[in-house]
Every structure is written in C-alpha cells, then in structure tokens.
Design a protein around this ligand. Structure first.
Ligand code: N01
Length: 493
C-alpha cells in the first residue's frame, strides 16, 4: 500500500468536471469543508477541458447547459463553443473557492470500503481515506478506439477526436476520418477546407437536423445582463421546449416520424448529389441514436476533396485504411471520431464494497444503481451521471443538480444523526431497475439500432426513460427507509 497522505476527510470526489464541481459547490454552501476533489489531469474541468477538437461546441443551449444557481448573462452564442464553456467552469472553481480542495495529477486506481469509509488508492501509490466517496468521473471521459486489425501498425499520424493533436498540421494532408457521431459532424466541416483529401468512413449515417445557432446581438446581451429575470425566463422557455422531446423518445416514439421528415428535408436542402443523399440517409428511427445538429456537415461532404465510404473497415495497415469490400485508401493521418468507453461507468478501476465484493462482479450483467446514484453493497458510494441518468433530450446539468441535491440530503442526515454508513436496500434497487427497463423497452432507443446507449447485452444502462422533472421529483427527498443505516456504536460505561 502506498503512503498515507491525509487524515480522514469526510468526502472524496473523483473528477473535477461539471458534476464534481457541482458536488463541491453544494458541500461548501452547506458549510462542509473537509473534502477533496481528486483529478487525474493537470487542470480542472472534465470533458470540456479534454475535447478541444476544431468546432467543439455543446448541442444544448448554454443558458440551459449551465448551473441553475450560477446563470451567466454573457454567453455569446445560443450554443456555446468549448473555450467559453471551459472558461465558465474555471470561473466557478474560483468564485466558489473550490480550487484549494482539488488534488491534480491524482489518478484513482482502486477503492475499498473498510467498514466505515473508503480507502481510495491512486496510481502513484498515495492513499486517501474518506467516509463518503463520490464518483464524478463521467461516462464520456475515456476515448474508445475501434478494434480494427493492424491499427497499431499505421506509420502516419493517428489520434482520437477527444485527444486532438494540435501540433499536427493537417494542411494538404490525406486524412481518414472514422465515425460519424456528434464529434465528427462538428470537426469535419472545420478541417475539410484545409486538408488535401478527406476520406470519411461511415458505418451508420446519423439523423442530423438544422442547428438553430447564432451569436447573441449586443442588445440581447445587454438585456440579459440588465433586465432582472430575463435570462431565467429564457432558460425556462428552452428547458420546457427540450423537455417536451421526452414525449417522442419515451412515451410516443411514433412522434419521431416528424423528425425523420425534417431530417430528410435537411438532406435534400443541403446535398445536390442524389447518390450522396441516399448514402447519408439513416435507416433507423430518429432518436434511437442521438439526434445531431449541423448546418455545414452535409455541405462539407459534397466538396470535391471529400469522399464518403460507406460500410465496414476490415483493417488498417502501415499506410492505408482497407474496407471489407477490398478498397484501400492511402492516407497520411487517421482521426478517430469513434466515441467513448461509456460502459466503464464509474471509472476503470477496481472497486470493492462490503465483504470485499467487486463492482465488476456485481455489474457483470450491466451497471445498475438506485436512482442512478447508489449501489447495494457499496455503502457511502455515490455515482454522479451513473447508470440510467443520461439524456437524449435535455441538459445533463439538470440531472447532475438533482443527484447532487439527493446526495447532500443524505450527507446532512449522516452528519445530523451520526450515521456511519448508508447502503441502499437491494430489493428496492432491483424493483426500481425492473420498472426502468420495462419503460425503456417501449422507448425509441429500443426500436432496433445499435448505439452506445446499449451495453453488450443490448440492455439500455445509460438513459433516463422519462421527463427530467420526474427524476427531480424522485431525488427531492432522501428517504432513510430506503437504506440500511449504520450507526456509531456508543459503548456503555
Ligand atoms: O461518438 P459516437 P462521439 N468502424 O459514439 C463509429 C457526446 N458529445 O464522440 O454508429 C467504423 O456518437 C460509430 O459507428 P456506428 C454526445 O452525448 C456531445 O461522436 O456505431 N466506425 C459512430 O459513427 C455523443 O453522443 C457533443 O455504426 C466505427 C462513431 O464511430 C457522445 O458524446 C459533441 C467503429 C462514434 O460515435 C459521443 O459522441 C460530441 C468502427 N470499428 C460528443 N467504431 C455535443 O454536445 C465506432 N465507429 C455537440
């Protein structure tokens, strides 16, 4: 075991992205100061620190994709770009004085529950002890590289969209792009004008709708800053507009046919070539995979230096990408827009709960938690953006704030009643998840496409199958009866 470097701070948070930051702010607001935030990177911020690819931006409007308790009147666009979001995160760290709680370059390797709390081991051997452990490591934090034979043998430059190599100059190069998800449709139009040749390997074309983005005018910015309540009203209007989409995703998937009409019209308006139109037209129901938004992706595909190659890739060799149907494309660089290792839900480390049982064993049939937050047999462990808390239709920050509120209710109860541990009752967790899975079976995500929402067994372990306000209602109160509570034993004298 490594060196023991701290006493017993009551709470350890793993990750300093939006969810870790929110947890830390709410602890501070409650007057709780004895916590650490363990961050593996040399700077704070999560996915918005890491993803710096050209054109990186959020697809939820910024007035909604920000903390409800920390509105920002100065967002320059409807959909903020990565630098503006990362700057917002950094400002929050300073304003709420969270930075001094953060331990940078602290990569967690494993954690064990020792009967009272957690021993958290770092890769470099350090050990942190805490009563409560909060995973804020996020689901979209580890890049997924495709399992294509020969990938390592490629002699040119290759990198993943989330670890963009800005030192590599793409000007005039022959570039292969693999994947057609949210990341690719943002960076492809940015790099297309400068590369010599771009070959896009498309396995499954996504549904893409127009992106209603624009810069806010000076008058609007002034109004947001000066008229009390205006930014709040605007936020509410977007929230409810986005919330209505849950109807199509979860209640009446047939509504999604309207999105298909819009998507086809977007293709017709953006692309002239009938062959290319056909090639990029999705064959699955909109919403089954994330619906994307772009005003320039389709146009970029029609440029003379771009070739769209549908179908599967067979191999990569020293200088080329080879398709299953035998075509070979010589390239100087490969960019992987192939998404994230989503199903490493907590973080890719060994976690041992009560009686030394590992989370890997408990989750062998897929991740499962109560309210996406607590896991039976893993007392005092809370998972932010945990199983089935993801969204296809609204802002994740709303879900994060709901979860953090729930955890705070629990922590306050533990402190007030000298509770040493809380462990969610397994039958409750089981019945909760059965209901969730039954709902998910009727949702658009079960309409027959393959997506990262589903695990290897085809089970949807990522998305919340309802309105976000329903999740907020469920997490408003921490009910002690839902948990086994451990109490401090006072010895009789
Ligand atoms: O990744 P993805 P992403 N051979 O998983 C393909 C969030 N996000 O980084 O569809 C060939 O969506 C794969 O093909 P297929 C957002 O939640 C948000 O783009 O499986 N292709 C797919 O096309 C998003 O959903 C924002 O057939 C292979 C692509 O790679 C999530 O992050 C921006 C392959 C992966 O798409 C992930 O988005 C960016 C292979 N072997 C990201 N393996 C915004 O807010 C995989 N693919 C705007």
């Amino acid at each position: 075991m490594g060196q023991h470097v701290t006493g017993r701070p009551s709470i350890a948070i793993v990750g300093s992205g939006f969810s870790g930051l929110c947890m830390a702010i709410k602890l501070k607001e409650a007057g709780i100061d004895d916590f650490v935030v363990l961050e593996r990177a040399p700077d704070v911020g999560g996915t918005w620190r890491d993803n710096t690819y050209p054109g990186c931006a959020c697809d939820v409007p910024s007035h909604l994709y920000s903390f409800s308790f920390e509105p920002y009147a100065g967002w320059t666009r409807v959909f903020a770009q990565q630098p503006e979001i990362q700057a917002y995160v950094q400002r929050c760290f300073d304003k709420y004085d969270v930075r001094r709680h953060v331990v940078l370059n602290a990569e967690v390797d494993g954690a064990e529950f020792d009967g009272q709390g957690w021993r958290v081991r770092l890769r470099d051997g350090r050990v942190f002890e805490s009563n409560v452990l909060v995973s804020a490591a996020g689901a979209l934090s580890n890049p997924a590289y495709p399992n294509i034979p020969g990938r390592e043998s490629f002699k040119g430059e290759q990198f993943h969209s989330s670890v963009w190599n800005h030192d590599y100059d793409l000007t005039g190069k022959r570039v292969a792009v693999i994947g057609t998800g949210a990341s690719t449709i943002q960076f492809l139009p940015e790099i297309q004008p400068k590369v010599g040749k771009l070959v896009l390997f498309q396995r499954t074309p996504p549904w893409i709708l127009p992106r209603p983005d624009r810069a806010f005018g000076a008058l609007e910015l002034e109004a947001f800053a000066k008229i009390p309540g205006l930014a709040w009203l605007y936020r509410q209007s977007i929230y409810w507009k986005y919330e209505c989409r849950a109807l199509g995703f979860t209640v009446h998937p047939s509504i999604m046919k309207a999105a298909a009409l819009m998507g086809r019209r977007h293709i017709r308006r953006s692309i002239k070539d009938p062959k290319l139109r056909e090639m990029v037209t999705p064959k699955f129901m909109p919403g089954c995979k994330r619906i994307l938004m772009s005003n320039d992706y389709y146009q970029a595909l029609e440029k003379p230096n771009v070739e769209v190659v549908p179908g599967a890739i067979a191999a990569v060799n020293e200088r080329a990408v080879v398709t299953k149907d035998g075509q070979s494309f010589d390239v100087d660089a490969i960019i992987y827009g192939t998404g994230f290792a989503v199903h490493e839900q907590v973080w890719p480390v060994a976690i041992y709960g009560r009686n030394g049982v590992s989370l890997e064993t408990v989750w062998k049939d897929g991740p499962e938690a109560y309210l996406g937050t607590t896991i039976a047999g893993f007392p005092n462990l809370f998972v932010l953006t945990g199983p089935n808390t993801g969204l296809g239709h609204n802002s994740m920050l709303y879900m994060i704030e709901s979860q953090v509120h729930y955890i705070m209710e629990c922590i306050k109860l533990m402190r007030e009643r000298s509770v040493t541990f809380v462990d969610v009752r397994e039958p409750l967790q089981k019945s909760y998840n059965e209901r969730l899975q039954n709902r998910l079976k009727k949702s658009v995500w079960s309409s027959g496409c393959a997506s990262w929402y589903l695990d290897k067994n085809g089970k949807n372990t990522t998305l919340w199958p309802s309105f976000t306000f329903a999740f907020r209602a469920r997490t408003r109160r921490f009910k002690p009866a839902d948990y086994e509570l451990g109490k401090v034993k006072v010895r009789a004298v």
